[in-house]
Ligand binder design. Structure first.
Ligand code: ARG
Length: 475
C-alpha cells in the first residue's frame, strides 16, 4: 500500500514498484520505527492533535505490532514499499483508520533518518563491544609473550630485536583507537532529526526536544533542512568501520604469514582453521584471510555512500535511500568477523622458541654499535657509517656482529672497545630501550597494564551507553 496515492490516476508500474521498493533491506529498521512512532505519538497527544483516548489506542496498537514483529508474526508483504508503509499498514489493520493519524506532523524524510540513526547507535555500540573483546584477547597474549624476544621488521626485513608482547600489543592500541572513534562519533551525532517533517519543520509537532529526549538523544539538530539531508553520520560510521576493517586485515595478514611452514611462529587452533577439499594434509588460516579480504567491502561501502552524497542537492532526495545497504553490510560483516577473529587470537598457540630463534640474525644489532658510539659523542652520522662497515666486514667473512674480534673492531674505529660485545645481544638491545613507548620488558609490561585498564574503561562506557539506549532498543 503506497502512502501517497491521492493525486495519482494509476498505480505505479510494476517496474517502478520493484525499483522503488526498499522494504527487503530496510525492514531491519522496524523496531526503531516503532520506537520513533511511539515518541512522535507522545508529541501529537501533548499538542492536542491526537486526543488522548485515541492516543492510547494507537499506543496499544504499536506495542502489539512490535510484539508480533519480534515474534515473526507480522512482516512485510509484496505490496509494501518500505518499512514505514508496512508498519502503517499493520497498525491500520489492527486498530482501524485512526492508525493513520500518526502521520501528522512528520514525513518519511525525518522518520527514516531518525530510525537509521538509532539503528546505527545500537549497532556501532555492538561493534565497539566486540572490538574490546578482541583487544582483551590481544592483551592476554601480549602479557604471556612479554619475555619472548623476536626479530622486529621494517620493509619486511629484519630491523631490530623487540619483545613479542610489544608486537602483539600494537594491535590493542590500534583497536582501542577504533573503539574511541565510535565514542567520538556518538558524541557528535547523537542529535535527533525528528520534527523536521519533509524539510521545513512542522506546526503540528511543536516540541521535537521532548521526542529526542524520549529516544535517548542528547538534543535536536538545529536546522530541519540539514537534518533530513545530512548523512555525514552514516559516512563517518562507514569510515570508522572501514578503518577497523583495515586493522583487522593487517592482523589477518600477520597470522597468515606467521602460520606458514617457513615461519612456524603460531599454530592456529583447529576450531579456527579450515581444510582443503583435495589436499588432505592442508590446514588453512581462512579466518585470517577472510579478515584480510573483507576489509575490501568495508572500504567499498564507504566510497559507495560518499559517491551518492557528492553533489546531491538539499534537502531529501530519493538517492538517499542508497545510504542503508552499505551500512547494513558493513555492520553485519563486522558482527560475524569480530567474534571469529577474537576466537582465533584467543586460542592461537605461539611458539616462543621459533619466534626468538632468528631475533639476532640479519645484523639486527647494528644499531647498537651506532648507539654505543653516539653515547661516546661520535656524531651519529659517522657512528652509522662505522656500524655499516662492521656489517660489511661480517657479511664478507660470513660471521655475526658479536663474532668480530677486538682487533677487527679497533681497526674499524678506535672507540669500539670490547665492552661493546655485551651490548651485541638481543637481550641487551631490548633492555636498553627503557623509554615509555620502547621495547624493554619493563616498558612493555607497563604498556600492557595500561592497555588492560583502558580496555576496562572502554567496556564500561560502552555498557553505560547501551544502558542509556536500552529503552529504545528493546521494545
Ligand atoms: N525508503 C525511503 C528511504 O529510505 C524512505 C523515505 C522516502 N521519502 C520520500 N519522500 N519518498 O529514504
Amino acid at each position: 500500500m503506497a502512502l501517497w496515492g491521492g493525486r495519482f490516476s494509476s498505480e505505479p508500474a510494476d517496474s517502478v514498484a520493484a525499483l522503488s521498493r526498499s522494504v527487503d533491506f530496510d525492514w531491519r529498521l522496524a523496531p526503531y520505527d516503532i520506537k520513533v512512532n511511539l515518541a512522535h505519538l507522545d508529541g501529537l497527544v501533548a499538542s492536542g492533535v491526537i486526543a488522548s483516548g485515541n492516543g492510547e489506542v494507537i499506543r496499544a496498537g504499536l506495542k502489539a505490532l512490535s510484539t508480533e514483529i519480534i515474534a515473526g508474526k507480522f512482516t512485510y508483504n509484496d505490496s509494501d514499499e518500505d518499512v514505514h508503509s508496512a508498519i502503517e499498514r499493520g497498525l491500520i489493520a489492527k486498530i482501524g483508520a485512526i492508525g493513520g493519524a500518526l502521520r501528522a506532523g512528520r514525513s518519511r524524510n525525518d522518520l527514516v533518518v531518525t530510525d537509521f540513526k538509532l539503528y546505527l547507535i545500537d549497532h556501532l555500540l555492538e561493534v565497539a563491544s566486540l572490538t574490546t573483546d578482541l583487544v582483551s584477547a590481544f592483551n592476554q597474549q601480549s602479557a604471556a609473550l612479554v619475555e619472548v624476544i623476536a626479530p622486529g621488521f621494517t620493509h619486511l626485513q629484519h630491523a631490530q630485536p623487540i619483545v613479542f608482547g610489544h608486537e602483539l600489543a600494537k594491535h590493542s592500541q590500534a583497536l582501542l583507537r577504533d573503539v574511541d572513534r565510535i565514542g567520538d562519533w556518538l558524541v557528535r551525532n547523537n542529535f535527533s532529526p525528528l520534527g523536521s517533517g519533509a524539510l521545513a519543520g512542522s506546526g503540528l509537532q511543536p516540541n521535537p526536544e521532548s521526542s529526542a529526549d524520549t529516544l535517548g538523544f542528547d538534543g535536536v539538530l538545529a536546522n530541519s533542512i540539514d537534518a533530513v539531508s545530512d548523512r555525514d553520520f552514516a559516512a563517518e560510521a562507514l569510515f570508522v568501520m572501514a578503518m577497523l576493517g583495515v586493522h583487522l586485515s593487517r592482523i589477518g595478514e600477520e597470522f597468515t604469514i606467521w602460520s606458514t611452514t617457513e615461519f612456524k611462529w603460531v599454530v592456529i587452533d583447529d576450531a579456527y582453521s579450515t581444510g582443503s577439499s583435495i589436499m588432505p594434509q592442508k590446514k588453512n588460516p581462512d579466518i585470517a584471510e577472510l579478515a584480510r579480504g573483507k576489509s575490501g567491502r568495508l572500504i567499498g561501502n564507504l566510497t559507495a555512500l560518499l559517491a551518492v552524497l557528492k553533489g546531491l542537492p538539499f534537502a531529501y532526495n530519493r538517492d538517499l535511500q542508497e545510504d542503508k545497504e552499505p551500512i547494513f553490510d558493513s555492520v553485519e560483516t563486522l558482527l560475524v568477523l569480530l567474534p571469529a577473529l577474537t576466537g582465533m587470537v584467543e586460542t592461537a598457540k605461539f611458539n616462543g622458541a621459533n619466534i626468538s630463534s632468528g631475533a639476532h640474525s640479519g645484523y639486527a644489532l647494528a644499531t647498537e654499535i651506532a648507539d654505543y658510539l653516539a653515547k661516546k659523542s661520535v656524531p651519529f652520522a659517522q657512528a652509522h657509517e662505522v656500524a655499516g662497515e662492521c656489517v660489511r666486514l661480517c657479511e664478507s667473512a660470513g660471521i655475526e656482529l658479536y663474532e668480530l674480534s677486538d682487533d677487527q673492531l679497533k681497526a674499524i674505529h678506535p672507540e669500539l672497545k670490547s665492552d661493546l660485545k655485551e651490548l651485541l645481544t638481543t637481550q641487551g638491545a631490548v633492555a636498553s630501550r627503557t623509554s615509555s613507548l620502547g621495547t624493554s620488558i619493563s616498558s612493555v609490561t607497563k604498556q600492557i597494564a595500561d592497555l588492560k585498564n583502558a580496555t576496562k574503561e572502554a567496556k564500561s562506557w560502552i555498557s553505560n551507553e547501551v544502558e542509556r539506549f536500552s529503552g529504545m532498543m528493546k521494545p
